[in-house]
Design a protein around this ligand. Structure first.
Ligand SMILES: [Zn+2]
Length: 75
């Protein structure tokens, strides 16, 4: 009876080892998780002070604005 138990434990250990060996390559972190949390420079609106991403901000005369309504209308 004890001999069967040892065989059973050995089979479970071998199975667990093979399972870990097969699933190990899939545990590498995906590459897109790094690009998603990428740092984007923020700029403050000259009028209301709201911070917006620099690539979405509207700039005029070296100053940044959050939206078209806050652009100075000195035309
Ligand atoms: Zn603004």
């Amino acid at each position: 009876m004890l001999f069967r138990l040892v065989i059973l434990v050995a089979l479970v250990l071998v199975g667990w080892y093979l399972f870990r060996k097969l699933t190990a390559p899939t545990q590498t972190p995906p590459d897109n998780s790094r690009s998603r949390g990428e740092y984007r420079p923020m700029v403050a609106c000259e009028r209301c002070g709201v911070h917006v991403p620099a690539d979405q901000a509207l700039t005029r005369g070296g100053a940044s604005y959050c939206c078209r309504d806050h652009l100075p209308d000195d035309r």
